[in-house]
Design a binder for this molecule. Structure first.
Ligand code: BTN
Length: 266
């Protein structure tokens, strides 16, 4: 698809199929990163619930400053969110996005599972990632950028060889391409549904849904955080999306963020 055709087609699609929840659309053909673009927009004009979408990214970013490969055919977007809440539960937002993604993928018959906090995987291979960045402090959040990357209509040869054993796509799982805008519409509808639960403080409902879609609880895990390695059994998540791990000494540790590994996969 040529550069103009993606922008024109997408704008036309949203004109014909507006999503009530979204206040402003920003559509690009190619950007460094939709999260970077969203941050620039948020610093100037960005309204709450703005949506930034790009056909491709040159410097897609993952968690812990990793690269997110963003070839054509993938879905790359970011929301600018300015919820009227304290910083305490913001860490639940990536879980909200993971639920929306998992629900969308499952409605296509893809048996995905969420690995804490927000990796969406199919048969242990990653199909989607979420990157939350926020500006503000614990008492007052100025804005949140919630970025979502989904390996949609991507073939294996579009990824670097080092990713081919650990990554999959919708196209690979279904053995066919899916209609980009149908998929996007469903994703946005699910996101709207679970984001409104979040805004209404229905944190328990979000956690319950996450638990249904996740395969992390009851597993022996190793969590690597910036300052620690924690080994134990994942027993629960709390209202902020923190993972509760029971260590071998019986102590329960709450973990805000980190890389989670399942012992069964090590
Ligand atoms: C991860 O799993 O490490 C998170 C990956 C997040 C990738 C998405 S793609 C759209 C948005 N823009 C970025 O640069 N990153 C996120």
């Amino acid at each position: 698809m040529s550069s103009n055709s993606f922008i024109e087609k997408t704008k036309k699609y949203f004109e014909d199929n507006p999503v009530d929840f979204i206040t402003t659309y920003y559509v690009f053909d190619d950007v460094d990163s939709t999260n970077i673009k969203a941050k620039q927009i948020a610093e100037t004009e960005g309204q709450d619930k703005s949506f930034i979408l790009s056909r491709t990214q040159q410097s897609g970013r993952g968690r812990f400053s990793r690269q997110w490969e963003s070839p054509s055919g993938g879905l790359y977007c970011s929301f600018i969110l300015k919820p009227d809440i304290s910083g305490d539960n913001v860490t639940l937002l990536p879980l909200v996005a993971a639920i929306a993604i998992a629900k969308t993928l499952r409605s296509y018959g893809i048996a995905c599972m969420i690995k804490w906090p927000n990796d969406v995987r199919v048969h242990k291979k990653k199909i989607s990632g979420i990157l939350l960045e926020s500006n503000g402090n614990q008492n007052r959040i100025e804005y949140i950028i919630l970025g979502i990357g989904i390996n949609l209509n991507i073939s294996l040869d579009q990824f670097s060889t080092n990713l081919t054993n650990t990554t999959t796509s919708v196209q690979l799982e279904l053995d066919k391409k899916v209609e980009y805008y149908d998929f996007l519409s469903l994703l946005l509808a699910y996101f709207e549904q679970y984001y409104s639960l979040f805004i209404n403080g229905e944190y328990q409902m979000i956690c319950s849904e996450w638990k249904i879609l996740s395969d992390t609880l009851d597993r022996d895990v190793k969590i690597i955080t910036s300052s620690d390695h924690i080994i134990g059994k994942a027993v629960d998540i709390d209202d902020s999306g923190f993972l509760i791990v029971e260590t071998q000494t019986g102590k329960k540790k709450k973990i805000m963020s980190g890389d989670c590994f399942y012992f069964s996969e090590l």
